[in-house]
Design a protein around this ligand. Sequence first.
Ligand SMILES: CC(C)(COP(=O)(O)OP(=O)(O)OC[C@H]1O[C@@H](n2cnc3c(N)ncnc32)[C@H](O)[C@@H]1OP(=O)(O)O)[C@@H](O)C(=O)NCCC(=O)NCCS
Length: 155
Amino acid sequence: VSETSRVRAAVVVDASAVAVLSTELGYPQSATDAQRRLLALLADDDHLVLVAEAETGAVVGWLHARYSIELVTEPLAEIVGLTVTSSSRRQGHGGALVAGVVDWARSKRAAELWVRARVERLGTPAFYERHGFALDKTQNVFVRKLSAGDGRPEA
Ligand SMILES: CC(C)(COP(=O)(O)OP(=O)(O)OC[C@H]1O[C@@H](n2cnc3c(N)ncnc32)[C@H](O)[C@@H]1OP(=O)(O)O)[C@@H](O)C(=O)NCCC(=O)NCCS
C-alpha cells in the first residue's frame, strides 16, 4: 500500500519503458520487441499487463500475469514477470502491482495465484510472504531449444 504508486493497465505506448525495465531485469530487448509482445498480450483476455507509475508519471515497474485452465486442478493465475526499477524499490510499487493482479485473478475466478521466482533473486521471498504467498515447492526448469537444425531427433 503506497501513497506514491499508481497502477494502471499497460498500453502500447508503454513498450519503450517496458523494454528498458525488462533489460534491467536481465531480459535484453528493443522497444520494437516489447511493442510486438505487448500488442499480443493486450489482445488476450487471459493475460494482464499492469504498469506502476511514479508521481512524475514515469513508468517504474510492470507486472505480467496469465490465467490458465488446468487438467488436474481448478484454473490458476500466475505472475509471469514482475519488476520495479532498482531506484524506485521499497516505495510500494511492487505491492501495488500485486494488489492489482490479486483483484484480476479473483475476477477471473482463479482458485490460486502462483509465482515462480528464481532462487538468485534474494529479496523476493520476503516480498511475496509479505503479500500473502507461502512457499509451496522448488523445481528444476528444463528447456529444449526448438530452432531449426538444432541437430536433435524429432520426438
Ligand atoms: C521484488 C520487487 C518487485 C519488489 O518491488 P518493490 O516495489 O520494492 O516492493 P514494495 O516496495 O511494494 O515492498 C513491499 C514489502 O515487501 C518486502 N520487501 C520488498 N523487497 C524486499 C527485499 N529486497 N528484502 C526484504 N524484503 C523486501 C518488504 O516487507 C517491503 O515493505 P517495506 O519496504 O515497508 O519493508 C523488486 O524488488 C524487484 O523488481 N526485484 C527484482 C526483480 C524480481 O525479483 N522480481 C520478482 C521475480 S518473480
